[in-house]
Design a protein around this ligand. Structure first.
Ligand SMILES: Nc1nc2c(ncn2[C@@H]2O[C@H](COP(=O)(O)OP(=O)(O)OP(=O)(O)O)[C@@H](O)[C@H]2O)c(=O)[nH]1
Ligand SMILES: [Mg+2]
Length: 473
């Protein structure tokens, strides 16, 4: 537990006192760009660099001012800007914040930022504004993580889950479980202090049952919800596989409605994985086109096929493309065999050409698998393909009525640990183990839950979370 550090929402670990600044909007040409400053020097920097159009006595919090941004070293006007000031603690970071809306363009934004840095701010690290919001107790760790989910969400549902989490629904759920565990712990401690009265205070059998029902079961439900959430937030890993030249890239292009992947009559055209996100009937798909299967000697293509095999193994859903103008060969049979036991849709392509699939072969090879028939060339059957995809996904693992709160992978691990400890506490309570041991298991479970909200978190964990942020967030 050497480097376990308390970083509570009550600010036990303090942020440094630096004033930080960053460009908060994406680099590139856009209508406006925003530069954000947070920390004790914010207002002072604004006063040195900003001349409001109408003179004011100091900046009022949560007001928007029109004026000019100046370089104080030369007095030159840099841009006409809108400036707002959010006084601590009523701001994103709970520190004084100044935001400057300028015209956009990388050079202009960089110049404004440089002037701000010259006035004593330092460049913010990725996620540092949100880190400060966490360290200053405005949000807990689950809310900070939801900010990343919100930015990365691939579907309406993913957005909804992230926005729920930002509002603290998940945090409340975990806090509720922690409170229950604390109640049990209090009972256990009373029993330790007054051993003779133990039987009157709690019946061990009953306690064990209640720990199971009120703590372990809800934790297990949350663990289950994680799998669903991953699909909604990150998208369903959908991998298009098949023999070379079957029409995989043509199908990707058709679904995306653009010429994303190169299509040629040369077998082995695709080598790298080509990835794009689409939504089909509200379902977010991370669609991946892959190198076709065949026996190859060429090194580049061999690597491509190796990637395909990896993606195939990780896929949530497979589109298995079969070229009906060629009889099935051992590559087709192999791919079909690998897709059994997975959620897969057989896409028989090139129906504009005469079929060379024998009825028996078709019957045997595809038995029990859902099939759609299309022509990627003419577009025939494309609607059935979309329906087939959503049909497969909805009957599969994807719970459309998934809960409003759902953990991520980090939470999942902590929940699994917590469930173990609480289960063990329940078992030991029942078996008349010394109450000290029951209390110890309860405390360990509490610690595991505390990691989720950031009550007890190592510095490495914080680093790994906040490094996923972009600059200026
Ligand atoms: N007649 C016909 N030709 C098609 C159809 N779909 C694809 N093709 C053609 O088949 C050839 C291969 O298509 P691709 O989409 O590149 O096939 P692929 O599976 O991605 O091929 P690799 O990347 O080499 O594995 C091209 O000449 C396409 O124009 C179809 O439905 N009908
Ligand atoms: Mg291809």
């Amino acid at each position: 537990m050497g480097n376990l550090q308390q970083t509570t929402g009550n600010g036990q670990q303090k942020t440094d006192n630096d004033t930080i600044a960053a460009i908060a909007t994406p680099i590139g040409q856009a209508g406006i760009g925003i530069i954000r400053i947070s920390g004790p020097l914010s207002a002072e920097i604004a006063e040195k660099t900003f001349r409001p159009q109408k003179p004011v006595q100091g900046l009022n919090s949560h007001h928007l001012y029109l004026g000019n941004f100046l370089d104080p070293s030369s007095g030159d006007m840099v841009d006409e800007v809108l400036l707002s000031f959010m006084k601590a603690p009523h701001s994103y970071t709970r520190e004084d914040i100044v935001e400057i809306n300028s015209h956009s363009g990388y050079l202009l934004l960089s110049r404004i930022l440089q002037i701000i840095l010259d006035q004593g701010a330092r460049l913010a690290r990725p996620g540092e504004f949100t880190l400060r919001a966490f360290l200053n107790g405005r949000i807990d760790l689950t809310q900070a993580e939801a900010v990343i989910d919100l930015i990365n969400a691939k579907s309406d549902r993913g957005l909804h889950l992230a926005s729920q989490q930002i509002q603290g629904t998940f945090r409340n759920e975990i806090e509720g479980l922690r409170q229950k565990a604390i109640d049990f712990l209090a009972h256990a401690e009373v029993a330790i202090d007054f051993p003779d009265e133990e039987s009157e205070i709690i019946s061990r059998e009953k306690t064990s049952k209640r720990i199971g029902k009120e703590i372990v079961k809800p934790i297990e439900d949350l663990i289950e919800a994680q799998a669903t959430k991953r699909l909604w937030v990150d998208g369903i890993n959908t991998v298009i596989v098949g023999r070379v030249n079957a029409g995989k890239s043509s199908i990707l292009n058709r679904l995306l409605n653009e010429q994303r992947a190169i299509v040629t009559a040369i077998p082995g055209t695709t080598r790298d994985i080509i990835e794009s996100t689409i939504t089909i009937e509200g379902l977010p798909l991370r669609l991946m086109d892959t190198a076709g299967f065949r026996n190859v000697k060429n090194e580049v293509e061999r690597i491509g096929i190796h990637f395909t095999e990896q993606k195939l193994a990780e896929a949530d859903f497979l589109l298995v493309v079969i070229d009906q103008s060629r009889p099935l060969n051992h590559n087709d049979h192999n791919i079909i065999a690998q897709s059994r036991g997975k959620n897969a849709l057989i896409v028989i392509n090139k129906i504009d050409l005469p079929s060379r699939l024998s009825k028996e072969a078709e019957h045997d090879a595809f038995s029990g698998l859902p099939i759609v028939k299309i022509s990627a060339l003419t577009g025939q059957g494309l609607d059935q393909l979309r329906k087939g995809i959503s049909g497969c996904l909805l009957k599969g693992d994807i719970d459309v009525t998934s809960p409003d709160v759902a953990p991520n992978l980090r939470h999942r691990q902590a929940l699994i640990d917590a469930a173990q400890f609480f289960k063990s506490a329940g078992r030991k309570a029942k078996k008349d183990a010394p109450m000290e041991i029951v209390a110890f298991e309860l405390k360990s479970g509490l610690d595991a839950l505390g990691k989720i909200i950031g009550e007890t978190t190592t510095e490495e964990v914080l680093d790994s979370i906040f490094s996923q942020f972009c600059l200026g967030k």
